[in-house]
Write a protein that binds this ligand. Structure first.
Ligand code: PSV
Ligand code: MN
Length: 399
């Protein structure tokens, strides 16, 4: 089947409407499902083996916003951009903010960087030196000020803190240092700001990391307060971990703050979301939609992408990633939740799985195409990008 076949919208939609009923509410929800893209994915990045340069790559934070705005113009659902400090450090954040607004986007999560300074070789918040710990805390406080200046409501924290050898560090002392540093930052946040805390089981610490899994992250958050929540980066789990279960558990505890979407095949986060295991992504979205549909459950989830695009053209990969999230969300919206609950209560495993599979195997591409048409967009954002001449233009300007 050719990609464009799915864009024969009317016939495909009529068939879908026949089987699932009125699509208007589903389309509304897809239009309002926003995905934040990260400034760092537009910039030059690579693996530790090699950075392969790409034409037109942004040279400044302002140019990164331009590329993010292009992704938003084509998809209609990526209106905010996460920044990373100091990678996106500028003299005047008011100016950066105003430029974002002018481009039709806004600045989203602020990501401090506590892993690229030589002082952090043995840790940042968990370092044995009080001076280094203070330097790390000061950076967190600086990022909160930047967040205030750009109107950001999220501080998104990831720590490279960890050790490589048994005996290198004292686990309990490091835990207390971490708690102390996080608390100083948490207390400095304005009342409408949230702290999202990532975990990662390994790398760059290969013996231990100070926030190794969701349980440790949730524990720190619980001690901090309601505005500290866990951030799930899909790449940061051991193979075989059931991420959708973690999602459901954290939702139920009011501690799911957001996602860093990407995909790991073996480790970490450098592959496009939905590229390796779209069924897993669907099952994650299935839990999110189940929570949205449950009137007794309140969620405030920041949907963000955290990828580093090494081989594919960066803007196209970002469009593809946003669309992959939309595909998973749309399919999850088609799950017949009443029938699923009934099958679960009856212990009817086969029926329950068939219900999920039925939604997952539905071709929702015509539905997404129709949503884009209704939003005044081209139904095929990648084709539209290729036809736009944008890459050729920036390649010349940024040469
Ligand atoms: C490193 O693993 C990492 O990918 C984390 O997931 C952070 O979110 C990201 O870098 C940006 O600092
Ligand atoms: Mn991440």
């Amino acid at each position: 089947m050719k990609r464009t076949d799915s864009l024969k919208i009317p016939a495909a939609l009529a068939a879908l409407e026949d089987s699932v009923g009125d699509l208007a509410p589903v389309k509304e929800r897809i239009k309002n499902h926003h995905i934040e893209t990260p400034s760092w994915a537009y910039a030059n990045s690579g693996t530790r083996f090699k950075v392969f340069p790409q034409p037109g790559v942004p040279r400044t934070a302002f140019e990164k916003l331009e590329d993010a705005a292009m992704v938003h113009r084509l998809t209609g659902v990526a209106p905010s951009v996460a920044v990373h400090i100091p990678w996106d450090k500028v003299d005047d954040y008011g100016k950066l903010n105003a430029y974002a607004r002018e481009l039709g986007v806004r600045i989203g999560a602020v990501n401090p960087n506590l892993f690229q300074d030589v002082d952090y070789k043995l840790g940042s918040l968990t370092h044995e030196s009080a001076a280094v710990r203070k330097k790390a805390v000061d950076h967190l406080l600086e990022c909160i000020e930047i967040g205030k200046a750009v109107g950001s409501k999220i501080q998104s924290l990831w720590f490279a803190d960890g050790t490589n050898y048994p005996g290198q560090g004292d686990f309990r002392r490091r835990k207390r240092y971490m708690e102390e540093g996080l608390k100083t930052a948490y207390d400095a946040m304005p009342a409408d700001m949230r702290m999202l805390l990532e975990y990662k089981l390994f790398e760059p610490g290969f013996y231990h990391t100070d926030i190794a899994d969701w349980g440790m992250s949730a524990h720190f958050c619980q001690k901090l307060g309601d505005r500290a929540q866990v951030l799930i980066d899909l790449g940061h789990h051991a193979l075989g971990v059931n991420i959708e279960h973690i999602v459901a558990f954290l939702i139920d505890e009011g501690r799911l703050g957001g996602f860093h979407f990407n995909n790991k095949k073996y480790a970490d986060d450098d592959v496009s979301v939905g590229s390796i295991n779209p069924y897993e992504l669907f099952l994650i979205y299935n839990e999110l939609v189940a929570a949205e549909d449950d009137p007794g459950t309140h969620t405030n989830v920041a949907y963000m992408i955290d990828q580093s695009h090494n081989l594919k053209p960066k803007i196209e990969e970002m469009i593809q990633s946003v669309v992959n999230c939309q595909l998973a969300y749309a399919r999850a919206l088609l799950v017949d939740r009443k029938a699923l609950a009934a099958a679960q209560k009856d212990g009817d495993i086969v029926e329950a799985e068939e219900i999920l599979q039925g939604a997952y195997q539905t071709d929702v591409r015509p539905l997404l195409a129709q949503v884009r048409v209704e939003m005044g967009l081209d139904p095929d954002p990648i084709a539209a990008f290729r036809a736009s001449g944008y890459l050729e233009k920036i390649s010349k300007i940024r040469a």
